[in-house]
Design a protein around this ligand. Structure first.
Ligand code: FES
Length: 107
């Protein structure tokens, strides 16, 4: 299975093997990474699953939808050029080894 490494705001890291088509948000919550909240359950309505994606993986992600783009304007932690909502990133073979930094705050 492909894996993802989450870097938590405290600097700790967790590498998880997750199934294809599983969102990074769901994987984080299922594995107790509480720095990701996922309040809306993954329907792109809350912006509490904000992550910063390692640059080399950015062009392998699906394009940002208008809805995600709007939500990223209202995140608790500052939006950066590599900001994404982790509920909108589904694992795929192309993303094997992806690293994401969890935003410091989600509320
Ligand atoms: S879980 Fe709500 S926007 Fe991602």
């Amino acid at each position: 299975m492909p894996n993802v490494t989450f870097i938590s705001p405290d600097g700790s890291s967790d590498t998880l093997d997750i199934a294809n088509d599983t969102s990074l948000m769901r994987a984080a919550i299922a594995n107790g990474l509480h720095a990701i909240v996922g309040d809306c359950g993954g329907s792109a309505a809350c912006a509490t699953c904000h992550v910063y994606v390692q640059e080399k993986f950015l062009n392998r992600l699906p394009p940002i939808s208008d809805n995600e783009d709007q939500l990223l304007e209202s995140t608790s932690s500052p939006r950066r050029g590599n900001s994404r909502l982790s509920c909108q990133i589904l694992m795929s073979p192309e993303l094997d080894g992806i690293r994401v930094e969890i935003a410091e705050t989600q509320w």
